[in-house]
Design a protein around this ligand. Structure first.
Ligand code: ZN
Ligand code: ZN
Ligand code: FE
Length: 759
């Protein structure tokens, strides 16, 4: 019997080979009819033998292309009308409706094998791609996603490429970046004077890298600075030229086997490395090994990624199986992504430049992830993930949230989607601010978003805040930093109502004008009450205390010993410039440039310095990271602390006793790894104990953990386990960063609840 069905599919179904897939599936089941892209997604009208049609419908979600995400799938049965063939019809023009756009996708297996087949006409062609792989987000200038609106526009397809592009059963049907050596982009290698190096650019680049040279290589979302990861001298040179003292470099390895040579690797980690996003995964490093120490000093981890573009594959098939691939920028500026700009800005760092002539329209840094308790934990959500939205469990107005300062992202919302942006960087200079503003305009355009409100952080000095407040005619909502952290975690976990929010980080502006960062909130998506926090201590010299953890160590010593610390037998005191401290102490007494802080990040800094691990940090969070690195995980026991009930109903967590006991352990000669281990357990217990008090008082059993401190995976695993043992429901991040890269999501939702939700 003949049967006919119309099928509407929404989700990520465009620009990823969905229509050719439907076409081929219709041929397999001898169906007639048509398929097209419309405003909502893909629409199919198909008829044929009823059994065939049923199987066709069943197989669509089962066999759909790997990059697709089907969100809704609707089938309507109608009277057959006798189509004669199956065809792909011209797309209906999108007007004010929008479609989801795919992120950039790592080279697929088929393209990879063609890349290395001498018979293939794209043999060793660095820009090979198909509908299943290749650049997307970074080359799209405008919508709809069609070649003329991408940076492939200047390249006229040759007849071979054109015929693939037009053939519905071809893997390259409507593959917008389709190209070959005859018609597509090409490479060019130049020295730092701009002189072109003759010969095969790949071979020559490899030869230079082998000689220990530093090459700036244009990738998918920007430039990398590359060198031989096993050459200590080359890596050190790169460090000094980049003004980057200790912050670890990421490496790119040829394949999983090569990674296994340097790092421990679990099944989940392998899966994450091989996912189409190809993020950097932070792995536990094996002892010994040939990776140069300068790649990641003072770390027992290594950030590793696999090649994700054909160019990377070609570069890693040579003698060097591991390359340093760090972002092509100078210290804190955004990553370079245009040829002239890279040549200008990186010429003091790179010896050579490997350029290509396919423009990058929007810069997009590598994403950074790790695996915690067998689940992915995303620390920087950028290339490969963006612009996939975070799906919300409720409809939301169109809102712009401007994010924080460090690791900035912004967020734009509509329908049930939150488009959390690519990594913008630390909003501390003009270049990054420009990148932030351009990014906002671009994402607004791509998804037809015209914000009805703006959300921002309460910190008056953040450039993102200043930007938000400068926008005319829009309602504005200031969102407290830690509230935003907690709500971002609630939203990605799809939970509503009141929770206990534990927000631990370095710095966030509080509603009382002090610096918060060790906070227990009773929070929902609209409001919060600050229930408990670390007892505030002075931050000697304000932000200088962030760069110089010894200042926090002194502040805590004063607090713990009330000025009676000079006779303590600890190495820390031998290093301190007491004259300088006297000046700072006077400043504290006079309240000059000495804000109070309840920050957990600063407590980690203080302990790191007291244990003689780090007195001066040269990148954000260094002292705390190194304190985590040395911790002995097997050690049992913890230090004392006091939870003090204040009159107004809030609680202070007083850590003077913790500091005193740490000092006694130091004087007793307990090894610092054990002290660090005990300190981590103390913080974990402090969280659990405080949550128990809040539970008995407020009747709340759900605990949400967010904030930069929870990048500390030792603490995160410990406390999650401990809370679960105490029968709490625990929610942590998996899709969105726990650091400030996630707060724009929380801001957007808080603004929505305040302005547009009555209840
Ligand atoms: Zn492919
Ligand atoms: Zn071609
Ligand atoms: Fe934060």
């Amino acid at each position: 019997m003949m049967k006919r069905a119309q099928i509407g599919i929404t989700g990520i179904v465009q620009g990823i080979g969905f229509r050719p897939f439907i076409y081929n599936l219709s041929q397999k089941h001898s169906l007639k009819g048509w398929v097209l892209n419309n405003e909502q997604g893909v629409f199919i009208d198909a008829e044929g033998e009823d059994g065939n049609l049923d199987r066709f419908i069943q197989e669509i979600p089962k066999l759909a292309p790997p990059l697709s995400r089907i969100e809704t799938f609707q089938v309507n049965y109608l009277e057959p009308i006798g189509y004669h063939l199956f065809e792909i019809r011209k797309s209906e023009e999108a007007k004010d409706k929008f479609v989801l756009i795919s992120p950039d996708v790592a080279t697929c297996d088929q393209c990879f094998s063609e890349l290395f087949s001498p018979q293939n006409f794209r043999y060793r062609y660095p820009f090979i791609n198909c509908t299943l792989c290749g650049p997307r987000f970074t080359i799209i200038k405008d919508i709809p996603y069609d070649r003329p609106k991408t940076t492939m526009e200047p390249f006229q397809m040759c007849s071979h490429c054109q015929s693939e592009y037009e053939n519905p059963s071809d893997r390259r049907f409507h593959a917008q970046p389709n190209a070959c050596p005859t018609c597509g982009p090409s490479l060019r290698l130049v020295d730092r004077e701009g002189k072109e190096i003759s010969g095969d650019p790949i071979e020559e680049t490899l030869a230079l890298l082998e000689k220990g040279q530093i090459v700036a290589i244009k990738g998918l979302g920007g430039f990398h600075l590359a060198c031989d990861a096993k050459n200590q001298e080359a890596v050190s040179t790169l460090r000094s030229r980049k003004y980057r003292e200790d912050k670890p470099f990421a490496v790119m390895c040829q394949d999983i086997e090569e990674i296994r040579r340097h790092c421990e690797l679990s099944l989940e980690e392998e899966r994450l490395l091989l996912s189409t996003a190809r993020p950097i995964v932070i792995l536990k490093r094996k002892k010994g090994g040939e990776i140069a120490p300068a790649v990641a000093p003072y770390q027992h981890t290594l950030g590793v990624m696999l090649p994700y573009s054909p160019l990377h594959h070609l570069l890693l098939q040579g003698a060097l199986k591991t390359l340093v691939m760090t972002s092509g920028n100078i210290s804190d500026e955004p990553i370079c992504y245009k040829n002239e700009e890279a040549f200008r800005r990186l010429s003091k760092i790179a010896d050579y430049f490997l350029f290509h002539n396919r423009d990058i329209h929007i810069r997009c840094d590598d994403s950074v992830t790790r695996v915690v308790d067998a689940k992915p934990y995303i620390l920087r959500r950028s290339r490969g993930y963006v612009p996939f939205p975070i799906k919300l469990s409720f409809p939301i107005e169109q809102i712009l949230a401007c994010g924080g300062e460090l690791k900035n992202t912004f967020c734009l919302t509509r329908d049930r989607y939150a488009f959390l942006s690519h990594h913008i960087g630390d909003l501390e200079n003009i270049e990054t601010l420009a990148s932030f503003e351009e990014g906002i305009e671009h994402v607004k355009k791509l998804f037809y978003i015209e914000p009805k409100a703006v959300a921002y952080d309460l910190h008056p000095d953040y450039l993102s805040t200043k930007y938000a407040l400068s926008l005319p005619d829009l309602p504005k909502v200031g969102v407290q930093h830690h509230h935003a952290h907690i709500v971002s975690c609630m939203v990605e976990n799809g939970i509503e109502g009141e929770v206990i929010g534990v927000a631990f980080d370095g710095t966030g502006f509080g509603t009382d004008q002090t610096i918060w960062g060790g906070e227990f909130l009773k929070a929902d998506r609209k409001d919060f009450v600050r229930i408990a926090h670390l007892k505030p201590v002075p931050m000697p010299g304000g932000t200088m205390a962030i760069k110089e953890p010894w200042r926090m160590a002194m502040a805590y010593l004063e607090e713990a010993f009330g000025g009676e610390w000079s006779n303590l037998k600890i190495d820390f005191l031998k290093r301190i410039d007491l004259k300088k401290w006297d000046i700072l102490k006077t400043a504290i007494q006079r309240r000059l440039n000495t804000p109070l802080t309840s920050s957990m990040g600063r407590l980690f800094d203080a302990v790191s310095s007291l244990l003689s691990i780090r007195d001066h940090a040269n990148y954000e969070g260094q002292a705390a990271i190194e304190l985590e690195m040395i911790a002995d995980e097997a050690v049992r026991g913890s230090y004392s602390f006091h939870i003090v009930h204040k009159e107004e109903g809030t609680m202070w967590i007083d850590l003077s006793e913790t500091i005193r006991e740490i000092i006694y352990d130091l004087e007793e000669g307990l090894p610092t790894p054990e002290i660090s281990g005990k300190f981590h357990q103390t913080i974990s217990r402090l969280i659990t104990d405080t949550c128990k008090i809040i539970r008995s008082r407020e009747g709340l059993n759900r605990v949400v953990l967010s904030g930069g401190v929870f990048q500390n995976t030792l603490l995160l695993s410990q406390v999650t386990g401990e809370l679960k043992e105490s029968k709490f429901e625990v929610y942590t991040h998996h899709l969105v960063p726990t650091n400030d890269g996630g707060i724009s999501l929380g801001q957007a939702v808080v603004a929505h609840m305040r302005l547009f939700q009555c209840a």
